[in-house]
Design a protein around this ligand. Structure first.
Ligand SMILES: [Cu+2]
Length: 473
């Protein structure tokens, strides 16, 4: 018993270690306040004005469909530099959603391509509301406020969502897909036409305790729903894009034989729906994902899932099936920090994510959300990797995969400890749980597991099995 306790203790220690990181960030997250770069910011009111006279500048970033910071206080004469950090076009317009098109604008930038900037020097005192009206981005909260005052002094910005009319960051929801929430085996003896309805939804979700993030999803979860059909079925994919979306979205299924996997046929604007059909010719487990530019951003933000195409004879019966997908997120906040994380394009360029996760969230499938099974049960896991960039070294601590369908191939290999899952690829593994306890799923590139969140737990209950595992006193 003692040794078992020790072993469990080690496993728990691994989880606890990461939980400790989490523990540091418990409590109400203040919204992020970054991006101000002003010579005036460190001065008093009087020297702020003096600095302004010398051409002070303040940077406001347009990133992840937000102005950052959302409110800036500057002294008269300050130049505000609006920089587009998003992969899509934005603009900067002096208006509120209520006054847009109805009242005169003091300034309106041209449409800013990614990386481009717009400068405006505020000489008069006053309150200047701004928004982006490209594609209705202000409807997604892309609004901000520039307060020009001689009193502008140290700390020349206030946070997103604070008083002053700038819209607050909405409450965050749990986006992690329940790994047990999957369709049952097909069990049909003949092909048929299967209609699959999906909806692209953008929402603010909980990335970690104290960290929120604006996800882009299929049906509001990460991964999106698992689709399950039979080889020979005709699959009709109907993709809706929620009217509140800020982006065009689409779907490319790797189970498709046809151009773009459906992406070309499904570029769908907010509030619209598009559809296509394909014949599921090849059995296997395939990734689907959004394929709208900039594709890595749409994928990283959560737009991926799996489609299982069963062979006509079906898959071997098992006791439980689970659905898990890894993904990497590129944010300006790290685990342990707090606030609303923004996408960091430079980190994505360097392929250095701050979060690597299963089912969309830091340690999403642990604690009360751990997967559950009983001793003696045969388990099948469909495991995909949305990426967009990292390859997963998928491993379960304390378990050996009896069967691995590497890269989801039809032919299995046996007795595997760790299996690679490429970005945009999937596998399925099968094993029997013999001994009760906590089994920890990791990307065995362990910095990602213990540091960045790629941990999940399978909790197995039942009688001890000393013939297979027993502590020695
Ligand atoms: Cu998309």
């Amino acid at each position: 018993m003692q040794g078992k306790a020790k072993r469990l203790g080690l496993l728990l220690a691994a989880v606890t270690l990461a939980a400790l990181v989490l523990g540091l960030v418990l409590g109400a997250p203040p919204p992020a306040t970054v991006g101000v770069n002003s010579p005036a910011a460190s001065g008093t009111a009087s020297n702020a004005a003096a600095a302004a006279a010398n051409g002070a500048t303040v940077v406001v970033e347009l990133q992840n469909m937000q102005f950052n910071p959302k409110e800036v206080r500057v002294a008269p004469g300050t130049t505000v530099v609006f920089v587009n950090r998003d992969p899509v076009n934005h603009n900067v317009v002096n208006a509120t959603p209520a006054t847009l098109g109805k009242q005169p604008e003091r300034f309106r930038s041209p449409e800013l391509l990614p990386g481009k900037e717009f400068r405006f020097t505020f000489n008069e005192e006053g309150v200047f509301d701004v928004l982006c009206d490209v594609g209705g981005h202000y409807l997604a909260g892309m609004t901000a406020r520039i307060v020009v005052t001689k009193d502008a002094a140290a700390g020349s910005s206030s946070a997103a969502g604070s008083a002053g009319g700038a819209s607050a960051v909405p409450a965050a929801v749990r986006v992690a897909k329940d790994p047990a929430d999957i369709p049952p085996p097909v069990k049909r003896t003949s092909p048929q036409t299967v209609v699959v309805e999906l909806e692209a939804k953008e929402l603010v979700g909980q990335l970690a305790d104290g960290v929120t993030y604006t996800y882009w999803t299929f049906d509001g979860t990460v991964p999106g729903p698992m689709i399950r059909v039979r080889q020979g079925d005709t699959v009709e994919i109907r993709l809706r894009n929620h009217p509140d979306s800020t982006q065009v979205h689409s779907i490319d299924l790797h189970a498709v034989n046809g151009p773009g996997g459906g992406a070309k046929a499904t570029q769908v604007a907010p509030g619209e729906e598009k559809a296509f059909r394909f014949l599921a010719m090849n059995p296997g487990v395939y990734v689907y994902h959004c394929a709208t530019p900039y594709v890595p951003l749409h994928v990283s933000n959560g737009m991926y899932g799996l489609i299982v195409v069963e062979p006509p004879e079906g898959l071997a019966p098992v006791d439980r099936e689970f659905y898990i997908m890894q993904g990497d997120l590129y944010t300006d906040l790290r685990p342990g920090e707090t606030g609303h994380a923004q996408h960091d394009p430079e980190a994505m360029w360097r392929e250095q994510p701050n979060f690597v996760v299963f089912n969309g969230q830091f340690q999403a499938l642990t604690g009360e959300h751990a997967m559950k099974a009983k001793v003696g049960e045969r388990i099948r896991m469909f495991v995909g990797n949305g990426g967009p960039n990292l390859t997963s070294s998928f491993h379960i601590i304390g378990e050996i995969f009896d069967v691995v369908h590497r890269e989801a191939a039809s032919e299995a290999v046996t007795n595997v400890q760790t299996t690679l899952i490429p970005a945009g690829g999937a596998t399925w593994v099968e094993f029997t749980v013999d001994v009760p306890g906590e089994y920890v799923l990791v990307d065995h590139a362990l910095g990602r597991a213990l540091g960045k969140g790629a941990i999940a737990v399978l909790h197995v209950e039942g009688p001890e099995n000393p013939d297979i595992f027993q502590p020695v006193p």
